[in-house]
Design a protein around this ligand. Structure first.
Ligand code: SAM
Ligand code: SF4
Length: 344
């Protein structure tokens, strides 16, 4: 669809509401597709990355995010790839923090593998970032290296320490991997909760070719939950961070455990988010290919009018939900793009 001829009547300040009545208030922006790690469930060993010239500049990312803020986006998460390896990414945090000061944004946050977090934690906290999601799939140095292909666990643990010392609230993201870290999930939960961090378990999603069949690493969280319940008591909790996780309160530790279960339980009916890649492509659903280019409109029209019309077109095109399937009989992943394009 050509957004210039869509006949959209939306005012530049109108809320973003899709055809299923869901109001979009949460934007995730992948600021780079590059990463200093190669987690086995996220990337193949030989990844090719986008030429840097294709990326939106930090000023353009600011303009794009600000256009969304004018349309009622209340929460922005910077992600990647690894957001903290994007050169001068702190400039973008600095720029976007003005929307926290004005009250237009309620939250500016990031998802990170933690390797560079020690360097940036204090400034992030000073800029108004309150919470950070840190991905950590093992506490064993060798296993951590095996999962990330060359990561150093110590660097990520230092990042965690510095983030907490700076006053950031930390949530650990743990992808449950069959035969890889499934024996460690209880320890990871205790590790997180003992250091006053919540934890979210994530089902491995069939995104991008990773060189092995997804079925080999997929561990349904229904199984993990049942196992953990033989040791812990879960009280249902209607807490929400605005993301897809469903939470329980762990009675023995007094902290939360989240479950992101796109495969075993679809959460699309309450979806409030869209994602933009580092080249300015908007994906209205993580698990579908619906996409619109925002870079062209952003560059073609300094008034942002064309950009706003294209955002409207993308929101109207947001599908009802995803169709992730992991099936041994299927050789291709459900979605051909890797997770680093949209950042999860
Ligand atoms: N590099 C940062 C990190 O690892 O936190 C941010 C980007 S990463 C793509 C965002 C989250 O997606 C991480 O928690 C990661 O574990 C998760 N992830 C990556 N690929 C995934 C997949 N195929 N299925 C489920 N989660 C995945
Ligand atoms: Fe990098 Fe994050 Fe993907 Fe791991 S999950 S390879 S840290 S982008």
């Amino acid at each position: 669809m050509d957004p210039t001829s869509s006949g959209s009547k939306a005012e530049p300040s109108a809320a973003l509401v899709d055809t299923f009545g869901r109001t979009i208030t949460y934007l995730r922006v992948s600021v780079t597709d590059r990463c200093d790690l190669r987690c086995v469930y996220c990337m193949s060993e030989q990844m090719s990355f986008l030429p840097k010239r294709d990326l939106l500049s930090l000023d353009e990312l600011d303009r794009l995010c600000s256009a969304f803020v004018r349309r009622g986006i209340r929460k922005i998460r910077l992600t990647g790839g690894e957001p903290l390896v994007r050169r001068n990414v702190m400039d973008l945090f600095r720029k976007l923090s003005r929307h926290l000061e004005s009250g237009a944004l309620t939250e500016l946050t990031l998802t990170t593998n933690g390797t560079q977090l020690a360097k940036h934690a204090c400034e992030l906290a000073a800029l108004g970032v309150r919470r950070v999601n840190v991905s950590l799939d093992s506490l064993d140095e060798d296993r951590y290296r095996q999962i990330t292909r060359w990561g150093d666990l110590k660097a990520t643990l230092k990042g965690l320490d510095e983030a907490q010392a700076a006053g950031l609230s930390v949530k650990l993201n743990v992808v449950a991997l069959r035969g890889v870290n499934e024996d460690e999930l209880e320890d990871l939960l205790l590790f997180a909760h003992r250091r006053n961090a919540d934890m979210t378990l994530i089902e491995s999603m069939p995104m991008g070719d990773i060189g092995v069949h997804r079925a080999d690493q997929y561990l349904p969280l229904s199984i993990v939950r049942a196992r953990l319940m033989s040791r812990f008591t879960f009280d249902e909790d209607d807490f929400s961070t605005g993301g897809p996780a469903r939470y329980v309160l762990v009675r023995e530790t007094g902290r939360r455990l989240g479950f992101i279960t796109p495969l075993t339980h679809n959460f699309c009916e309450s979806c409030n988010r869209v994602r933009v890649s580092c080249t300015g492509t908007i994906y209205s659903c993580l698990g579908q290919d619906n996409a619109f280019d925002l870079r062209g409109p952003l560059r073609a029209d300094p008034t942002d009018r064309l950009l706003q019309h294209t955002i409207d077109a993308a929101i109207l095109d947001k599908p009802r939900g995803h169709d992730f399937v992991i099936d041994r009989r299927l050789s291709d992943p459900s979605i051909s793009r890797h997770m680093n394009v949209t950042g999860g």
